[in-house]
Design a protein around this ligand. Structure first.
Ligand code: NAP
Length: 283
């Protein structure tokens, strides 16, 4: 679709941003909804972040996504947040409403929608769900699991104090934090209905040492937020055992589609974008 004087300008702030697939993804969202939008990658460095945010209303920009490394900084800079952004403590979507900016976070909704789409409702909602990791992505995942009503969440992190802080804040009543390399992890694996990897371990093909998936019930699902490679050793191992598996490509596309819908009111088609991206990444 050609850019016109009437096009609604959207974009992404990141550093770096040149590698981002979001402009192509959002071009496809515009195509599927018939909306006249254009999505621009803005290379914004930390020192220019506040100025860039302040300029959004004057430039008539409809909204931007926020990516690495600015999600937490934008959360601190904006006075208004959605419930999800406030819980997660990070902003991935800025909504421009007249002169006002609101920080939102669509990662949790994207994860929840993709979990349902890829693994169906196979009983994981009744828990226990095991989450590996305690970084920004884990915060979105735990927020989503709490919103879905999962009654028991076991979070395993390499640095257990970080896991405990996350549980204390987001799931004090139904969560428990354990150290990644501990006997408690193996006990929790044996009962888990769903295992979610939110760590960056596996991006370079690494394995979780000391995590024995053979203990997972045969009805359990395994979701890895990593999508490149399409199959981490964790997913390959789970797949070899016949478990239902999914990678994070759908979460990536769905969080983008939800942002697009919040900016424009139009819901883009997700499946063709998923197919295109999987092909693009050689998955
Ligand atoms: P982050 O805030 O830096 O957190 C990284 C997490 O990984 C921490 O829990 C860290 O443990 C753990 N970790 C790192 N190296 C490890 C190792 N060698 N062994 C065990 N644990 C290790 O990163 P993030 O923003 O949460 O992102 C995490 C991953 O999720 C990335 O791969 C990212 O690409 C992916 N992600 C995907 C989507 C999607 O849409 N699919 C969205 C967001 C993120 P410590 O606390 O002990 O350091």
């Amino acid at each position: 679709m050609a850019v016109s004087g009437k096009s609604l300008v959207l974009g992404v702030f990141g550093d770096p941003v040149a590698h981002s697939l979001s402009p192509q993804m959002h071009a496809r969202f515009a195509e599927s909804t018939g909306r006249d939008t254009v999505y621009v990658p803005f290379h914004v460095r930390a020192e220019g972040l506040e100025t860039a945010l302040e300029a959004l209303p004057s430039l008539g920009i409809g909204g931007v996504n926020i990516t690495v490394p600015h999600k937490e900084a934008v959360y601190r800079l904006l006075p208004q947040h959605s419930e999800a952004a406030a819980a997660i403590g990070a902003v991935n979507t800025v909504i421009v409403d007249g002169e006002h900016l609101r920080g939102d976070n669509t990662d949790a909704d994207g994860f929840r929608a993709d979990l349902a789409a890829q693994l169906g409702h196979t009983g994981w909602e009744s828990g226990p769900v095991m989450v590996l990791g305690a970084g920004g992505a884990a915060r979105a995942v735990v927020h989503a699991l709490v919103a879905a009503g999962v009654p028991e969440i076991v979070l395993a992190n390499r640095t257990p104090e970080k896991g405990q802080a996350l549980i204390d804040q987001l799931a004090p009543e139904r969560g428990r934090a354990v150290a990644l390399a501990s006997a408690e992890v193996q006990e929790a694996v044996g009962r888990a209905r769903l295992l979610v990897n939110t760590t960056s371990l596996g991006l370079k093909g690494e394995r979780f040492e000391g995590l024995d998936l053979t203990a997972l019930p045969t009805t359990a699902g395994v979701y890895d937020l990593i999508y490149n490679p399409a199959r981490t050793p964790l997913l390959r191992e789970a797949e070899a055992r016949g478990l239902a598996v999914a990678n994070g490509l759908g979460m990536l596309v769905r969080q983008g589609a939800i942002s697009y819908a919040r900016w424009t009111g139009a819901e883009p088609a997700v499946e063709p974008v998923l197919e295109w991206l999987a092909h693009e990444l050689g998955a």
